[in-house]
Each structure stands twice: as structure tokens, then as C-alpha cells.
Design a protein around this ligand. Structure first.
Ligand SMILES: [Zn+2]
Length: 460
């Protein structure tokens, strides 16, 4: 039986319109005013917004961050459930091989994590952590299997590549039409700063942001963009966090360079005073790049308003405070890097962005769904509500009040960086390919997620 969502206001990146939405099977088959019931199961959504399911293009639902950390607190089961409960219907997870592992082997590992487990649809960015002829050959093989985006690192000694390797990879990715996202921090300088601080006995979380100042990111952004220009590749900058990096982006665009910029809620909502919380609690906020200054936060909101920033994803990478973050109690550099966030992004951005009048709801749809879908070859299957698209629909109640709390969250981790945040606006119901999978923050049907096969459009 088909479903008819009646009386809601459909919002896209370009506007809003009161439209009924008919769902048949997994797809939206008809949109219009006063659609006839015609045997359909009717859902009255008067007074609600109908938004395209949110896409989180930056999660680490399964991360083994080295010996002793026992891997991330969340896994595909818990993380995807937390995501879909609040309106995120697709995640693009970071598939990260170990040294010597082929991309194909890594893909099999990630499929094993997600298949029959994920509660939202999913795909992956494949990480390239070393460069050789075999890996080069595998890029086309990944694309054939629907993996059209890749990730590389300029920091973290176990993941980063040299500038030469980066350039060679970019040339190949350009040839194949693929998308690349890069973690931009100067790894050599990070190592040097950490060494200096620790040698001076500066070991608490307070020093984490001082070990990775804005220049370390901005330099890497500038260099990455220069190298991408040489390779002729349109690139993505993941988790951009500072005013200086944004200036580098604007310079590059002025030169005529095409690129995309992602930021994350933590850089828009928190500032570096979090690292001064007593009793080692600052460790909860240790992620890289670190939480920045108020001036950076302001610059990022401006970047969102003026279109310099294209997408907001979370960099969700959760570690428990007890037993994991505490590994770095005597040395901030041993605190596992990352924070939870896949669950809270829609409510946070609606509250801090839309409800305050900083951005429109249309802009939020662009930042959390449509722009991501377009950039990562998911559009128009995902990222928009229109005839023929997947019926991934968030029924959004703009007035619903909420409180973010570690005690009630679905993320499987013992804290949230937003504990005590009062929110306004929430997903009342979430449809995944036509199926109502969540209601009022609770998951009704779990493990309904599927791998999304992506194809690089020929016109690009
Ligand atoms: Zn990340």
C-alpha cells in the first residue's frame, strides 16, 4: 500500500512549498496539492516540515585507534541507530585500511561492519594511507564498486602521506573523476609542538589546542589546495575549523579554483575554554583539529552565511571518557582523538542556526543534505524530496523542545560534548526508503540500512 504524507511543507535548498507527498515502495512517486487518498495510508503532517533525510559525510563508526583504546565506543550498529533516530538517513563512513592492507580487503572489512547491521543507508570514503602501484590500480576498482570518494591525511603518523604521494594520488583521482577529502594539518609541526610541550612538563588537555594551533591547519590547507590545483583536481577540505583556513579557501577560489569545504558542529558551537574544565574533563573535547577560539567560531558562521562553507558533517568518532580518554591522563597526546556527534547534528544546527535566524531552513537542508548528496554522487537519489527520489524523509517539528544529555542519548558512549544543551526543533518521524524507521527519537525498525552504490556522473 502506498503512503500519503498530507499537509506538510516540503523544504529544499531553494525554497518551501506546501505539498502532499505520495510514497510507493522505496520512492517518492508523486508530489502536489490535495493529492487524492486513492487507497493510500494517510499520515497527517500538518504544521510540520518535510526535509530530505540528512546525510553525514564524515563518520568514524568503527575506528581502532591503536593499542589500548579497544576501538571506538560506537560501532556501526549503535552509531547508525543513533543517527537515524534523529533524522540522519545516510552516513558516509571513513573506511580506513591498516598498513599493507589492500583497499579491497578494507572494503570487505567495512562491508562486514555495516551489512545487515546498519540502521541507516551507508557508503564509505576509502582512505589511502600509503601510495604504490597496487593502490593506484585499486582506485578504478573501488569506483567500479560504487566507492567514488577517497580520504587522505596530512597528519597522524600512521595515516599520512608525503606531498609527492598526495600529488600522484590526486593525478590518478582526477583521471578517474573521483572526489578526495583531506585532513589538513601539518603532521611534522604537530609532532614538534607535542614534543616541546611535553618536554616542558605541559601534559594536561589544556595543551592539546596549543599543540595544533590554527597556523598548522591553515598552512596544510593552503599547501593542499596548491597541490590540488597542480593536479587539476576538485577537492574537499574536511573539518575546516579556523578563520585563517577560511582565508586560504577564499584566496584559492579567487584564483578560480573549484573546491568544497566541510565544517562540523563542534567548531560552530564550542570554544577552546572547554579544555580548561577541571578533573581532566577537558579530555572529552580532544579531537583534531581542536576546538578553536570564539573568533574562529564567528568566522565559520560567516563562512556558512556567505557560502564559503558547503557542508556540515560531524567527524563522529566516539571514545568513552572512562578507560579510553583517561589513557592520556599523564600525557594529552595519548588521549584518543575524537568526539561523538552523529546523533545531535540536526537538532544542534537547527537550534543554533535556524532558530536564532543565522541561517534559513533551506540553508540547513543544503548544508546537511543536498550539498553533500551532490558533492558525493548521491544526488538526486538522496538529498532532495522530489518524484523519483528515495523516500528518505524527515518529518520535522520546529517547536519540539529538547535537552541533550548523556543519560538519554542513543550513542553508545559515556558522555556527550553537548550535555545540558537545550534544543528546539526535532525529527518527529523518520522515513528510510519509504519505511517509517524512527518516531520521536526512538528507532522503530533497526538494521534497515543498505549500501548505496554511487556512480560518478558523466557530465562532471
Ligand atoms: Zn575524521
Amino acid at each position: 500500500m502506498s503512503k500519503l504524507l498530507k499537509g506538510g511543507v516540503v523544504v529544499t535548498a531553494r525554497g518551501r512549498l506546501q505539498l502532499d507527498v505520495r510514497i510507493d515502495g522505496e520512492k517518492i512517486v508523486e508530489m502536489g496539492t490535495n493529492l487524492p487518498q486513492a487507497g493510500a495510508e494517510v499520515e497527517d503532517v500538518t504544521g510540520r516540515y518535510l526535509l530530505p533525510g540528512f546525510i553525514d559525510a564524515h563518520t568514524h563508526l568503527e575506528l581502532n585507534n591503536g593499542p589500548g583504546t579497544q576501538g571506538s565506543a560506537d560501532n556501526f550498529y549503535t552509531g547508525s541507530k543513533a543517527a537515524v533516530a534523529k533524522g540522519t538517513t545516510t552516513v558516509i563512513d571513513m573506511a580506513t585500511p591498516t598498513k599493507g592492507q589492500s583497499l579491497q580487503e578494507c572494503l570487505a572489512v567495512w562491508n562486514n561492519f555495516a551489512e545487515h547491521t546498519s540502521s541507516c543507508d551507508y557508503t564509505y570514503h576509502m582512505s589511502i594511507i600509503e601510495w604504490n602501484e597496487a593502490i593506484k590500480k585499486e582506485i578504478a576498482e573501488m569506483i567500479d564498486q560504487g566507492i567514488t570518494s577517497f580520504k587522505m591525511y596530512l597528519a597522524y603518523d600512521n595515516l599520512r602521506v608525503t606531498d609527492g604521494e598526495l600529488f600522484e594520488a590526486m593525478v590518478e583521482l582526477q583521471k578517474q573523476g573521483a572526489m578526495l577529502g583531506v585532513h589538513c594539518e601539518n603532521g611534522d609541526l604537530v609532532n614538534e609542538k607535542i614534543h616541546q610541550l611535553l618536554a616542558a612538563g605541559k601534559t594536561t588537555p589544556h595543551y592539546h589546542p596549543l599543540s595544533r594551533p590554527d597556523a598548522i591547519e591553515a598552512e596544510a590547507v593552503e599547501r593542499y589546495l596548491m597541490i590540488a590545483k597542480e593536479a587539476g583536481l576538485t577537492v574537499n577540505i574536511v573539518h575546516l575549523s579556523t578563520r585563517r583556513s577560511l582565508e586560504a579557501v577564499r584566496r584559492a577560489r579567487k584564483r578560480g579554483q573549484q573546491l568544497f569545504v566541510e565544517t562540523c558542529p563542534q567548531y560552530l558551537l564550542l570554544d577552546d575554554s572547554v579544555y580548561d574544565q577541571p578533573n581532566f574533563l577537558g579530555a572529552k573535547f580532544v579531537c583534531s583539529p581542536p576546538i578553536r577560539k570564539i573568533t574562529d567560531q564567528k568566522a565559520l558562521w560567516e563562512g556558512i552565511t556567505d557560502g564559503s562553507i558547503n557542508t556540515i558533517s560531524t567527524d563522529h568518532c566516539s571514545f568513552n571518557f572512562a578507560g579510553q580518554k583517561t589513557l592520556g591522563v599523564d600525557d594529552f597526546s595519548k588521549i584518543p582523538n575524537g568526539m561523538p556527534g552523529v546523533e545531535t547534528r540536526p537538532e544542534l544546527i537547527y537550534t543554533a542556526g535556524v532558530d536564532t535566524g543565522r541561517i534559513t531552513l533551506e540553508k540547513m537542508v543544503a548544508l546537511l543534505s543536498e550539498n553533500i548528496a551532490r558533492q558525493f554522487h548521491l544526488f538526486p537519489q538522496k538529498g532532495i524530496l522530489q518524484e523519483g527520489s528515495d523516500a528518505d524523509i524527515v518529518v520535522w517539528d520546529p517547536d519540539k523542545a529538547g535537552l541533550i544529555s548523556a543519560a538519554t542519548q542513543l550513542q553508545n558512549v559515556d558522555y556527550t560534548p553537548y550535555d545540558g544543551f537545550v534544543t528546539k526543533g526535532a525529527a518527529e518521524a523518520v522515513y528510510l526508503r519509504g519505511e517509517k524507521v524512527a518516531e520521536n527519537g526512538a528507532v522503530l525498525k533497526e538494521k534497515q540500512g543498505r549500501f548505496v552504490y554511487r556512480k560518478i556522473p558523466v557530465t562532471e
